[in-house]
Design a binder for this molecule. Structure first.
Ligand code: IMP
Ligand code: MG
Length: 173
């Protein structure tokens, strides 16, 4: 059993999701939105966030997996489930659990841009800015976290701990 240390509690998450939702509501001013959820880590954040959004919205789900690279072969993304919505001329908000190196978000944003949306922004629950290797900045970030492996509220370690209602650091990862 891994040692977990709680770093962000349920109440703190709920209060911050309220704030992020209020900002998104203000920024889009009632305009229709396509929320593009990156499976599976962002599903709990998605469920909590979209119930606080007041514009008409459509959900799309994508699933990606990354092969970690080295100096000769940078990490590559494989799309396990592709976009299904036609987002041309629509506002898109990409929702992910965490922006770490930025490789995932960078690639997704490029692909969404290529579909010529009216606008595209990114919202992440967690950001580890110290780990960034790609030039990508999420527009909405609930919490910055230090360079530690974190789980809970959707995030996993080897597929586990997604159901924790809070966010915790995992020892020795
Ligand atoms: P990237 O390095 O920004 O491309 O992040 C790739 C993916 O790795 C994220 O979408 C997460 O699914 C996963 N990831 C990165 N850091 C953590 C962590 O601390 N806990 C759980 N998953 C993580
Ligand atoms: Mg992910």
């Amino acid at each position: 059993m891994k040692n977990l240390k709680k770093i962000i509690g349920e109440d703190e998450i709920a209060a911050r999701v309220d704030e992020i939702a209020a900002r998104i509501n203000r920024d889009y001013g009632g305009e229709e939105l396509v929320v593009m959820c990156v499976l599976s880590g962002s599903v709990i954040f998605l469920a909590d966030l979209i119930r606080r959004l007041d514009m008409p919205l459509t959900l799309d789900m994508i699933s990606v997996t990354s092969y970690s690279g080295d100096e000769t072969a940078p990490s590559r993304l494989k799309f396990l489930k592709m976009f299904s919505e036609d987002v041309r001329d629509r506002h898109v908000l990409v929702l992910d659990d965490i922006c770490d190196t930025g490789a995932t978000l960078d690639e997704i944003m490029r692909r969404v841009h290529a579909m010529r949306p009216k606008s595209v922004r990114a919202c992440v629950l967690l950001d580890k800015p110290s780990r960034r290797v790609r030039e990508v900045e999420p527009d909405y970030v609930a919490f910055d976290v230090p360079d530690k492996f974190v789980v809970g509220y959707g995030l996993d370690y080897n597929g586990r701990f997604r159901n924790l209602p809070y966010i915790a650091e995992v020892d020795g990862v």
